[in-house]
Design a protein around this ligand. Structure first.
Ligand code: ZN
Length: 140
């Protein structure tokens, strides 16, 4: 369940499309993310909206920790995600099995703002893109 009603608003992922036609059907499981970038955008949106289950479900099974849902819930509670910029993508197209997406995500917490720069690796598991891992750098 989403914590905020943003149905008719612009999607938080920065695509400038309405949420209804962008990340919402992916997060709600109505259609799989066609590309690694689409999955990455939907996960960013899930962070922005607090869709914890979706974040766990789209993490590669071997990378999930048993406290993930709790950790994510904390992170969502204390962090406001305020903007996403996709810097580059490699592979990750519908015909690929792996792909990577480099992006910057801007955030604010109660006492600081910053930028998370990450190059994320994705893999397709039985037709569904999942997040595997990434090189993360946070600047505040
Ligand atoms: Zn979106």
């Amino acid at each position: 369940m989403l914590q905020q009603d943003v149905t008719h608003k612009e999607c938080p992922c920065g695509s400038q499309k309405p949420f209804d036609y962008c990340c919402k059907p992916i997060i709600e499981g109505q259609k799989p993310a066609p590309t690694a970038e689409a999955l990455m955008r939907s996960r960013y949106t899930a962070f922005a909206l607090g869709a914890i289950d979706y974040l766990v479900d789209t993490t590669a099974p071997e990378k999930r920790g048993k406290d993930d849902a709790e950790l994510l819930a904390d992170q969502v509670k204390y962090t406001n995600w305020v903007g996403l910029t996709i810097l580059s993508t490699e592979q990750g197209q519908p015909s690929d099995q792996t792909g990577s997406v480099e992006f910057e995500a801007h955030f604010e917490t109660e006492d600081q703002r910053g930028v998370l720069h990450e190059k994320s690796n994705f893999r397709k598991d039985e037709g569904f893109w999942v997040y595997v891992d990434g090189d993360v750098e946070v600047r505040t």
